[in-house]
Design a binder for this molecule. Structure first.
Ligand SMILES: [Zn+2]
Length: 395
């Protein structure tokens, strides 16, 4: 049996190499010595007997404040997703993929049939960022997007990690070219959903001591590991974020993925204490929160007005292995269960952490805040639809 397993690993490891990802040694800077290692297995089936709370729907209907609806192209795509939302009890989705220009217009057009369930966020068009006049142009286009119906702005992690100045240095969020964008969002009262930096393990060396490597990442390819490259370190990105926040106290920022600091909640507390205009969203960090359930629970109870639910999901995500584990984490005191399967290795290892999580059994008044009340503070256009939804499901 053991031998068979080994043969399978070797075969599958070979397969994934053939299918494209990193057959040749990578030329990523600083990764010259990278060698492939066997893929990590799925977690063993636990023998622990513990309480399993079956949850079909969230206890109160959430607004998923972080969803990627870029693949929603037709009314039928929307209808299919709405069916899953109804299954799991999600009231509304904030689609981060509204984009700008014609793409935004098309999304808003399609959305007119689904305004009770979908809210669209715009993006910044980085094209020509190093050309004179870009800032004015990008700000004017964003204003047009807001007036057309976009309810917020999504900033992705390329700001800070990949966008570059003409001299090759990296563009950070406190760049003066962006001031007018943050000011516009303050003036028009649109929240900025901001994903800066990345999972901390990506900034640490690849090797057995790195939790993400141990979980199965970078076994084929060092892509997405920043250690030893010229990409700015997470601490550098955080320093720029602090400077930007100093200059823009009137802008509402929702920092995605627990401000990319879920591995150190004391630092998240300091960030929230220093900047009353900052909030956090929990998507793609249940693996971090759920392995420190006592601290996570205390943190969310303490900052219950500033934590928002999001999943970072996209249309193919299933209900069972994706949305429902979020409910289980937030609502129950279940122990030692899988975190939402956002990324799996070819053999089924959870790439975001080879461990299980524990529920934090938030009380219902706090659940309501995290699931939708905090989001509604920033989304006035969604309040009426949410009221209708609540009266339909709660009577
Ligand atoms: Zn996102």
């Amino acid at each position: 049996m053991r031998l068979l397993g080994l043969v399978l690993v070797v075969l599958l490891a070979g397969c994934s190499g053939d299918s494209g990802a990193g057959e040749a040694p990578s030329d990523v800077a600083g990764k010259a010595g990278f060698t492939k290692t066997p893929q990590q297995h799925a977690m063993p089936k636990t023998l622990l007997v513990s309480k399993q709370t079956p949850i079909e729907k969230a206890r109160v209907p959430p607004i998923d404040f972080h969803f990627h609806g870029g693949d929603l192209k037709t009314a039928d795509d929307y209808r299919k997703l709405v069916a899953v939302m109804d299954d799991v009890g999600v009231a509304m989705i904030a689609n981060m993929d509204g984009n700008t220009g014609e793409r935004l217009d098309r999304t808003l057009e399609l959305n007119t049939q689904f305004t009770d369930r979908f809210i669209t966020f715009a993006r910044v068009d980085w094209e020509g960022v190093n050309e004179p006049g870009w800032s004015e142009k990008a700000t004017a286009e964003l204003e047009r997007c807001f007036r057309a119906g976009a309810q917020g702005l999504k900033i992705a992690k390329n700001l800070g990690l990949t966008l570059q100045n003409a001299d090759g240095s990296y563009i950070q969020c406190d760049d003066p070219r962006l001031d007018s964008i943050w000011e516009l969002c303050a003036r028009m009262r649109k929240p900025v959903m901001m994903h800066l930096s990345d999972a901390v393990a990506r900034f640490h060396p690849i090797g057995p001591e790195n939790e993400r490597y141990e979980a199965g990442m970078w076994r084929d390819d060092p892509d997405g590991n920043y250690y030893g490259t010229d990409i700015p370190n997470h601490e550098t990105i955080f320093e720029h974020r602090a400077k930007m926040l100093e200059r823009h106290p009137e802008t509402t920022f929702v920092m995605a993925h627990v401000a990319s600091m879920a591995w150190d909640l004391v630092r998240v507390e300091k960030l929230l204490d220093a900047h009353p205009n900052v909030h956090v969203e929990i998507s793609a960090r249940l693996q971090e929160l759920g392995r420190q359930p006592y601290s996570a629970r205390k943190f969310i109870l303490k900052y219950q007005d500033r934590v928002l639910f999001g999943s970072d999901g996209d249309p193919p995500r299933g209900a069972e292995d994706f949305w429902r584990p979020h409910w289980r984490f937030l609502e129950t005191d279940d122990e030692y269960f899988d975190h939402p399967a956002q990324m799996l290795s070819p053999l089924g290892a959870p790439l975001q952490g080879r461990w299980k999580i524990y529920g934090i059994f938030l009380p219902e008044d706090v659940l309501r805040k995290v699931y939708y009340e905090n989001a509604l503070r920033f989304l006035p256009a969604a309040r009426e639809a949410m009221r209708r939804h609540l009266s339909a499901v709660e009577g």
